[in-house]
Design a protein. Structure first.
Ligand code: ZN
Length: 249
């Protein structure tokens, strides 16, 4: 199997990268494939190859720099809206190589592509209330890093996070929301008695806790970190200014 940038190579990637493409190929394999269909598949593969040859590997530090530069443009209202052209749509339709992955809160005020001023195919974004490192979130991020080649994961929490605020209250939660809150409680319980700024410190503690859970609960992510192919970074989004700050761990 060929490898790109230390990760799984292009043919395998092409098969895995687009669920739509995979579905089409699989369904065609189940019946007789016409000449035209074969040609279509071959030309798609050729296009994917063309994209691969243009791919520029981005190190974890470079990936983080690109994100922070984009956030700076967003804060200063100097957005460039990169990678959103019709050409870009066609290019990434064949394969994706997102340079960064985000584990962010589902909060409607923190959309990753907007706050980092990025476009199609740039970010692999997993959003869930409280930026919780759930089993599904970890699986998605393993795919982003180990298969698609993202070299940084940013765990992005935000000020006044409703999920964290709920975890600070000792009240029963109805429905599946309780599952999310239970996954935040261990983070906030630790700091409850040691801070005089509970709302902000609880958010930060939760971001750090979920970042740690990613590597503690995934041998794949932990291995990529040991091999210097991945960094997991904690970051806080300021709802009032739009700025993203890196949290030192
Ligand atoms: Zn939130």
């Amino acid at each position: 199997m060929s490898r790109i940038n230390g990760f799984i190579g292009r043919r395998h990637l092409f098969n895995l990268a687009g669920m739509g493409s995979l579905g089409i190929v699989a369904s065609m394999a189940g019946c007789s494939v016409s000449g035209n269909a074969k040609n279509a598949i071959a030309s798609q593969a050729a296009l994917a190859d063309a994209v691969v040859t243009k791919r520029k590997p981005v190190s974890p530090d470079e990936a983080l720099k690109l994100l922070l530069q984009g956030n700076q443009r967003f804060v200063q209202q100097k957005r460039k809206y990169p990678d959103q052209s019709l050409e870009r749509i066609r290019l990434v339709a064949q394969a994706q190589y997102p340079f960064a992955a985000i584990l962010g809160c589902a909060d409607s005020r923190v959309p990753a592509e907007i706050v980092f001023d990025r476009g199609l195919g740039d970010l692999f974004v997993v959003r869930i209330a409280g930026n919780v490192a759930s089993e599904s979130a970890i699986g998605s991020l393993e795919y982003a890093t180990n298969v698609l080649g993202s070299q940084v994961i940013v765990v992005l929490g935000h000020k006044r996070c409703g999920a964290v605020a709920t975890a600070l209250q000792d009240q029963p939660i109805s429905g599946r929301m309780g599952l999310i809150v239970e996954n935040i409680k261990p983070a906030v319980e630790k700091i409850k008695s040691t801070t005089d700024n509970l709302q902000v410190d609880a958010v930060v503690a939760n971001i750090k806790y979920q970042a740690q859970r990613l590597q503690d609960n995934s041998t794949i992510l932990a291995k990529l970190i040991r091999q210097n192919k991945l960094k997991i970074v904690s970051a806080l989004y300021d709802l009032d200014t739009g700025a993203v700050s890196i949290i030192k761990t």
